[in-house]
Design a protein around this ligand. Sequence first.
Ligand SMILES: Nc1ncnc2c1ncn2[C@@H]1O[C@H](COP(=O)(O)OP(=O)(O)OP(=O)(O)O)[C@@H](O)[C@H]1O
Ligand SMILES: [Mg+2]
Length: 277
Amino acid sequence: MSPRLALDAVAHGYARGRDALRDVSLVIEPGEQVALIGPSGAGKTTLLHTLALALPPTRGHIDWGGRDPWALTSSERHALRRQCFLAPQHPPLPPRQRVVHAVLATRLARGGLWPALRSLLATPREADVRDAFDALAAFRLEDKLWLRCDRLSGGERQRVALARMAVAASPVNLLDEPVSSLDPVLGASALAAVQSDAKARGASLVVSLHDVNLARASFTRLIGLREGQIQFDLPASAVTDERLRELYGAEFGRAMAGVALPEDDADALRLTVSGCA
Ligand SMILES: Nc1ncnc2c1ncn2[C@@H]1O[C@H](COP(=O)(O)OP(=O)(O)OP(=O)(O)O)[C@@H](O)[C@H]1O
Ligand SMILES: [Mg+2]
């Protein structure tokens, strides 16, 4: 059973600059699936890392399954953090590591540092290899099981990072731009695979996405973040193009239509067209 996560008026400020999160309040119910959208720099990664207890709030309060993680000892907080699978925006994969070890690393690392090191050196157990194979097959990567990670394409690396999620089997899953390097077909099927894995396990899933159409098609709840603040937290059906224009700016409609011209070029084009008419 995944824990209920609640943020109450949470802010996070990095050492320099203005707060990356401001007055963020939200609840992720156990087993819920949520997409996080918003312009670059809006604070999506900061929010995911805050939920993962990797960043402390500089203001506000977090409730993690009825506990205040930042009032706990660091070892107690680490125990909560281990309930969490975070796929970073740029997943680090050790270049010389084989894919099979990379997929199994999260499971083996649970036993502490030495098991993690052993997982790099030892031959994995047959049952573990089978799990890694199955996890990779969900992302059409089963033939890469024994390949070195530095031989993978960008999109394959991203899918290996996702295959880790099923093996880690964590109750809370936070994926930061997990399909940004994938073509539209693979991206949609990879997202569907992680969603069905989370659903089958009753695990929570929070995913940041730049592809708003994919977010609207795949999730029933969307949170729009802009300049560190929640601009909307709505069912997908209520996330209209008008809402998205408010979130991303007036250029949103044209960008979606594939005619995102700078204002000057657009004016020039209009003049040329009317001049021809
Ligand atoms: N380590 C850091 N130190 C200082 N400022 C940071 C740090 N990480 C992020 N920021 C700033 O915090 C703000 C939010 O960044 P964040 O990475 O959360 O945005 P994002 O929504 O994930 O953007 P993107 O879509 O480009 O990944 C940005 O203004 C960024 O410059
Ligand atoms: Mg980010």
